[in-house]
Write a protein that binds this ligand. Sequence first.
Ligand code: HEC
Ligand code: HEC
Length: 245
Amino acid sequence: MSNGNGMAPGQIVKVLIGVVVFLVVAIWLLAKLATSGFNVDAEVMTKEAVAARLKPVGVSVASDAPPGMRNGEQVYKGICMSCHGTGLAGSPKFGDSGAWGPRIAQGFDTLVQHALSGFNAMPAKGGAADLTDDEVKRAVAYMANAGGAKFAEPKAGGEAGAALDPNVAGKKIFDSVCTACHSTGAAGAPKFGDKAAWGPRVAKGMDGLIASATKGLNAMPPKGGFTGSDEEFKAAVEYMVNNSK
Ligand code: HEC
Ligand code: HEC
C-alpha cells in the first residue's frame, strides 16, 4: 500500500513512536521544572520581592532601625531569611533544630566567624557588607536560638546594660535620622555645632532637652521620628548637644 509521502507503513509507525516518546519526555521535564526549580523562585519572588517593594526608600536594607542598631530579628528578616528562610542553597533552615544542632555544637564563636567571613555557599555577612560585626552576631544568635541554642544575643548598641556611647551609638543615629533637619537647620531646627542656636536650649540642662525632644516640640517630631529605644535617643541628643556647646 502506498501513501503520499512515499513512506512504508513500518517507517510511519517508527516516526509516530518517536513523536510520542519525545512528547512524553518533554511533558515530564516541564512538570519537573514546575514542581521544583520554579517553586523556589516563586517563593522568593513572593516573600522577598514583595518585602523589598514595601520597603520605605532611603533606610537601611534590614529595617528602619539605624545602621549598626539592628537587632537579630531585624537583620535576619532583612538579609538572612532570603536563604535561611527556605533552606536555599543548602543553608540550615530557620527553626530546623535537626539542621542547626551539629552547627550549634561548634560553639557561638565559630558560627560567628563563619557568618562574618563566609563558609562554602554562605557569603560573608550574608552578602550584606554594610552590616556591623555586632549585627551579624545578633543575627547568628537569633537564628541559632530558633534552632535550639541558648546564646545570649548581644544587645543593640553595646554591652548589656552599659550606657550607650554618644560618640558611637549617638552619632550613628544622628547620621541616619537627626541629620535630615539638624544638619541644615530645616524647619527651624538648631543646627549641629551652632553654639549660638544651642546656647539658650543648653541652659535647660541635658535632662530637660531630652524630655522635650522625646515629647516633640513644635516642628520637632517626638524623638525626631526615631523609632528606637529611649536609651538610644538619649545618646543621640547627647552627641548633638556635646558637639554644639
Ligand atoms: C545567599 C544565601 C545565604 C544568605 C543570604 C545567608 N546565608 Fe548563612 N548560610 C548559607 C549556606 C548555603 C550555609 C551552609 C554552608 C555550609 O555549611 O556549607 C549557611 C550557613 C550559615 C551558618 C552556619 C555556619 C556553620 O558553621 O555551620 C550561619 C551561622 C549562617 N549561615 C549565618 C547567616 C547570617 C547571620 C546571615 C544573614 C546576615 C546569613 N547566614 C545569610 C547561605 C546564606
Ligand atoms: C523633621 C525635622 C527634625 C528631625 C528629623 C529631628 N529634629 Fe530635633 N528639632 C527639630 C526642630 C524644628 C527643633 C526646634 C523646635 C523648636 O524649638 O521649636 C528641634 C529641636 C531639637 C532639640 C532641642 C529641644 C529643646 O528643648 O530645645 C533637641 C534636643 C533635638 N531636636 C534632638 C533631636 C534628635 C536627637 C533627633 C534625631 C533622633 C532630632 N532632633 C531629629 C526638627 C527635627
